[in-house]
Design a protein around this ligand. Structure first.
Ligand code: AMP
Length: 432
């Protein structure tokens, strides 16, 4: 594998315009695409785009290690659009089987976001993308597939269902993108992915993006990719420097009160609160609503309509607090999230990096607060090891040691943070 490590220097952010010497035109993109990028206000490619687009345009397979927020969607969407400007490799037999590019993504929200981006970047081309995902009626999706689609964005489960019914044929696919591959595996999509890949022509181009590339994934990727160019913007899990990250030690029974106090601060203009479970998300949203804080929850048990309604209210700013599980929040692309709150500390430290990547986007400052009980201190330590720095402590020092501490030894809600995290000064730096 050729390694093109585009990891930005410490402290360098991947996104803002002006980063990097190159321009989109220098990457070899077509004028119709450059026009759309100009219209979208993109001035310069991000590091993952600079690294991934040229080999992808040259027809190489790419293994991209990049998380949400780095501009990875355009890193594969632009090569797809450029590819579609060329005549098809395999002649379409009929309208059912004209899917030339297929993008697989783990969640409906991410799939919808990718389709939206393809439509934006491809607005001056003939490309008409279609998104399909579960949880909604199949009828319209089947009808749209019948009419003919050149780029299909899909969650693996629903695509398998439609393939089984003969509604989606993949025999003309020339380009496959697997986005957030690590998440798709976490969510048990491997059998569905195998079925889908088995239905694709063996001779194709494959672009695979993943926030992390653990050893198991490398082995799997090497089966899916042919002599890939490897590009990376976050070889190590890193969190953007402009996100203020703090932890508040609380007793389990006091978490909701601590959250409520924190959200009372006028600085918290748009907060995304993460819980571990769907029920937890409901309970937190109900508690906040009763306390007079407008909040709603999104998770897999909610209907697609309810999720979209909550998301669009959050996006428009009429809903200040959105409570979500990790799965539901995947791919949410909303600029201006002022604060991320980890109501529960994620057991998987990489989820922490994903979660807090929802704030501090589009050049805005961001802040993340984690509410940590004595029981969760092990998870907190793993996070701090992964991001290679301790979180600032607000609202009171932790007990001397997690094992020595009973739940009662942690800070009381009176010590919960009410000031802006950005202003909080660590009371004590911990070492691990
Ligand atoms: P992504 O990592 O693909 O989810 O992208 C994160 C955000 O960055 C989205 O809001 C994109 O619209 C935006 N974005 C992607 N590439 C660029 C770019 N080159 N310049 C400015 N914004 C970008």
């Amino acid at each position: 594998m050729r390694v093109l490590d585009s990891t930005p220097a410490a402290g360098q952010r991947a996104r803002p315009a002006g980063v990097g010497p190159s321009s989109f035109a220098a990457l070899g993109l077509d004028r119709s695409i450059l026009r759309a990028l100009d219209g979208a206000g993109y001035e310069h490619p991000t590091p993952i785009q600079t690294a991934a687009i040229p080999p992808a345009l040259a027809g190489r397979d790419v293994l991209g290690c990049a998380r949400t927020g780095t501009g990875k969607t355009a890193a594969f969407a632009l090569p797809i659009l450029q590819h579609l400007l060329r005549p098809p490799v395999r002649l379409a037999a009929n309208d059912h089987s004209r899917i030339r590019a297929l993008v697989l993504a783990p969640t409906r929200e991410l799939a919808a976001q990718i389709e939206h981006n393809l439509a934006t970047y491809g607005r001056h081309t003939e490309c008409r993308p279609l998104v399909i995902f579960g949880g909604v009626s199949q009828l319209k999706q089947v009808q749209a597939l019948r009419r003919g689609v050149d780029v299909l964005v899909a969650t693996p489960g629903r695509l398998c269902d439609l393939m089984a019914q003969g509604a989606a044929s993949l025999s003309h696919v020339e380009l496959l993108v697997l986005d957030e591959f690590d998440r798709m595996l976490d969510q048990g999509f491997l059998p569905a992915i195998r079925r889908i890949v088995g239905a694709l022509p063996a001779k194709r181009q494959t672009l695979l993006f993943s926030a992390t590339v653990p050893v198991e994934l490398e082995a799997l990727a090497s089966k899916l990719l042919h002599d890939p160019v490897r590009v990376s913007v976050n070889a190590q899990a890193s969190t953007p420097d402009r996100i203020d990250q703090a932890v508040c030690f609380v007793e389990p029974a006091n978490k909701r009160a601590a959250l409520e106090r924190f959200l009372d601060d006028g600085e918290v203009t748009r907060a995304l609160v993460f819980t571990r479970t769907k029920h937890g998300a409901n309970r937190v949203a109900q508690h906040l609503t009763r306390a007079g804080i407008e909040a709603d929850a999104i998770h897999g048990n909610k209907s697609q309509n309810a999720r979209e309604r909550a998301l669009s209210r959050f996006r428009e700013g009429t809903l200040r607090v959105l409570v979500a599980t990790d799965v539901a929040a995947r791919g949410i692309d909303i600029d201006g999230v002022s604060h991320v709150v980890n109501f529960d500390i994620p057991a998987d430290p990489e989820s922490y990096v994903h979660r807090i990547g929802r704030t501090g986007r589009a050049g805005h400052p961001g802040a993340a607060l984690s509410l940590c009980t004595a029981e969760e201190r092990g998870s907190l330590q793993r996070i701090e090891r992964l991001i290679a720095r301790p979180l600032d402590i607000v609202g009171g020092a932790p007990p001397a040691s997690a094992t020595a501490a009973g739940a009662g030894a942690v800070a009381t809600p009176a010590a919960a943070p009410t000031r802006r995290i950005a202003e909080a000064r660590p009371r004590r730096r911990r070492r691990y």
